[in-house]
Design a protein around this ligand. Sequence first.
Ligand SMILES: NC(=O)c1ccc[n+]([C@@H]2O[C@H](COP(=O)([O-])OP(=O)(O)OC[C@H]3O[C@@H](n4cnc5c(N)ncnc54)[C@H](O)[C@@H]3O)[C@@H](O)[C@H]2O)c1
Ligand SMILES: O=c1ccn([C@@H]2O[C@H](COP(=O)(O)OP(=O)(O)O[C@H]3O[C@H](CO)[C@@H](O)[C@H](O)[C@H]3O)[C@@H](O)[C@H]2O)c(=O)[nH]1
Length: 463
Amino acid sequence: MKITKICCIGAGYVGGPTMAVIAQKCPDIQVTVVDLNEQRIKDWNDPNTDNIPIYEPGLAGIVAEARGRNLFFSTEVDKAIDEAQVIFISVNTPTKTYGKGKGMAADLKYIELCARQIAKVAKQNKIVVEKSTLPVRTAEAIKSILDNTGNGVQFQILSNPEFLAEGTAVTDLLSPDRILIGGDTTPEGEEAIEALVDVYANWVDKDKILTTNVWSSELSKLTANAFLAQRISSINAMSELCEKTGADVSEVARAIGMDSRIGPKFLKASVGFGGSCFQKDILNLVYIAKSYGLSEVADYWEQVIIMNDHQKRRFSNKIVQTLYNTVADKKITFLGWAFKKDTNDTRESAAIYVADDLINEQAKISVYDPKVSRSKMLSDLDYLETRTVEENNKALAIFDNAYEACKGAHAIAILTEWDEFTTYDWKKIYDSMHKPAFLFDGRNILNSNELEAIGFIYKGIGS
Ligand SMILES: NC(=O)c1ccc[n+]([C@@H]2O[C@H](COP(=O)([O-])OP(=O)(O)OC[C@H]3O[C@@H](n4cnc5c(N)ncnc54)[C@H](O)[C@@H]3O)[C@@H](O)[C@H]2O)c1
Ligand SMILES: O=c1ccn([C@@H]2O[C@H](COP(=O)(O)OP(=O)(O)O[C@H]3O[C@H](CO)[C@@H](O)[C@H](O)[C@H]3O)[C@@H](O)[C@H]2O)c(=O)[nH]1
């Protein structure tokens, strides 16, 4: 089967960039990305591609090239479903905030809504692709909904999890380590797998396209995120021990990373991992393990989250302790609010939790982030419901300029590893601050010797 029309439900951090790259690399395929969120679609259609709703290096150029040619953003969900041979489901699957599994299980209501909508609209056979990250065996539920429409339409369900990381989405999509496609082992299932393999083979080497059964594919995505997050919690655990013993976590990471069995990546100690995926996916894994009665497996993975929460809290505690055990009415400037550099995404960012802790201690927080909007920062804090919206408004001052944000501060905390922070005139910043001037580098990106020579009291992670 040759694919000529694709629809993607969900124009978010995954749907938008993924479909833009498919459209760029496959000019013969018409790709329509649909979303219920009218503003989001309007933003994707903004004539100036610098205003598209997701900031990712290189993305605006790809959208400019493909949009209107074979890439379309629309709110007409039914029409796009009806016309497409392949429908990617790329909607959000957040942690449940209610009912059974609250705070742990993945909320699959948006997935189910998509399945029901596809079932209602489809008049011809279709391939439905799970692009969202889902608990193992979700395809079974989707299949049950789709197969019970009674209109004779045949569906093949594939699992094709996405491994892109934000901030590097475009390069990850253009040169992925692998593409994973899981499907049924029936002839129809294999035909569907082949059709999707052919789409990716337009720009990915065939030996990097891995095909498996559906359950392995679904579970591999949760497993990959669990392993990645575990490395960060492991090095962060060692960072605390380094601080007690005089070892330096960067040196330890380098020493172990040169062991080819361990490898050097994902060993940067930090204020704690954030992002929409790691915590949500591990909690989901823990929930799945518990639901099968595997309490040791559940406890093992839960420790990754416990360690990460500890690391965030440890950072805010260290600020309070170092500032003579009180930050009340002191100005603490955050450089960075995004959960990592090169993205405007703030979901689960460590900055939110550190700010919340420090505001509880009556600190005045000033923030500068090159890409995150003022309204986003405030809504992130409001979402925690620790205090009223007015109180948050009072406690958080947001700046468009780092030098202005740092003026008159008692301490600076680096929460995101934006490259521009390393290029600042730190002497000028030092001169504008209260003394002693403290600098808490939650990302270990600055040169401690240079900063100490200027006069800062510098505290990194794990040294
Ligand atoms: N963000 C990442 O880096 C990343 C990477 C890999 C996988 N994932 C997974 O991909 C999925 C999507 O993540 P995201 O970050 O793109 O989420 P997102 O919140 O940015 O985007 C999801 C979009 O789906 C839309 N939507 C929800 N229900 C809909 C419906 N019924 N019809 C039409 N539109 C609907 C929402 O309005 C939203 O715009 C999640 O399962 C996530 O775990 C995310
Ligand atoms: O050595 C490291 C590496 C990362 N981080 C932090 O970990 C978080 C996550 O970073 P990263 O994994 O680079 O970004 P995500 O966009 O969350 O991507 C992860 O989550 C996605 C969603 O499932 C997956 O697709 C990706 O493969 C997986 O890397 C961020 O807060 C980073 O600052 C560290 O603290 N130390």
